[in-house]
Design a protein around this ligand. Sequence first.
Ligand SMILES: Cc1ncc(COP(=O)(O)O)c(C=O)c1O
Length: 424
Amino acid sequence: MRYIGALQSRRLMSTPESKIAGISRRMISAKAEQFTESVIREMTRLAMKHDAVNLSQGFPDFAAPAEIKEAARQAISDDINQYAITWGAKPLRDAIVEKFERTQSVRYDPEREITICCGSTEAMMAAMMAIINPGDETVVFEPFYENYGPDAILSGASPRFVRMKPPSSENPDWSFDRDELAAAFGPNTKAIILNTPNNPTGKVFTQAELEFIRDLCVRWNAYCITDEIYEHILYDGTEHISMARIDGMRERTIVINGMSKTYSVTGWRVGWALAPSGPTQAIRKVHDFLTVGAAAPLQQAGASALRSPEAYYGNLSITYAKKRARLLKILEDTGFIVYRPRGAYYIMTDISRFHFPAEDPRFASTSQDVAFAKYLVQEIGVACVPGSSFYHNPQDGASQVRFTFCKKEETLAAAEQRFGKLRI
Ligand SMILES: Cc1ncc(COP(=O)(O)O)c(C=O)c1O
């Protein structure tokens, strides 16, 4: 598989798995050998080690909504403490289906077309394992959320990557070449992996783009697996359109979503997959034997969270728009070239103006972005994610790093203060 070497060479600061405790290669699965631990989550550990301001991993450092926490406490008191039905507690399935119909005008059957999982991470993996056969290809836009690499390896898919180009004077948004995308599809294409609003770029796919992708899915009889976890985090008047809403796509779309980002509860691990009953039957089987089910009381609390008033979702975007403006300004003033996101809560930046790598051997790396990220976390005291972790060929992300702004004002202010030491 073309992908393997690239993922291995993406290794950052962690110990190569084959060397852990002197275990010989024969004792580790070939699949597990092909990828490293998450770079994003590793950056959080490094931030803690160096007491750095953590703008790497996308989890809010502020409190979750009081009503949602109260609903979780209530569920435990009410003794909702045993296994839920493996494909999800009925109140949560009903709430998800109602909300999706309200926001996207597409109706799913809560009995046959939904699977609640341990986060959208598990939902994505279960969906891939449920549909992929040896020889199947998946089309993946890059830069991509790093989980999609290991998801492909573990499920046995061969990814075909299609590059998105950063915003430029001709095009204010991240864009893809339609011919390149069409060329990535073929008789072996099983699915395209879409993520809108997108991590790490902040791109929100338009109706016209989704229709173009739809035509390719129909032509090659492929699924679209669409990760919509940032659906409510939108700026500049953008609208989130689910691929399931595009004419002709409901029957070939698997919608992945979860509570983590919308309700600021990334540690709850509640996510789901909406899909027609055929793939859902397969997803449910995989899910059952992977995890049995997500935490029952938190599913119960999820049912009330999903019935939050409309104002809740509007306020979420307003809150994040302020944080986006704040971090954009901090990064620009520091000397980063910034790509303004239209959704989600990350800012991709270009670090070319900083003229790395530094002379200091402590930050030596084959990749400029990794050297820069090490320098930033150790010397400046701010953690980011090296751009290479979003590309199959690490060199393609060598001049980029990603920051998140899902943080308290104090955290952003602390980053601003520390960036004072960073010079172009
Ligand atoms: C695009 C995307 N999908 C999925 C996830 C993980 O979601 P969950 O917490 O539901 O597993 C993240 C987390 O950063 C993400 O950025």
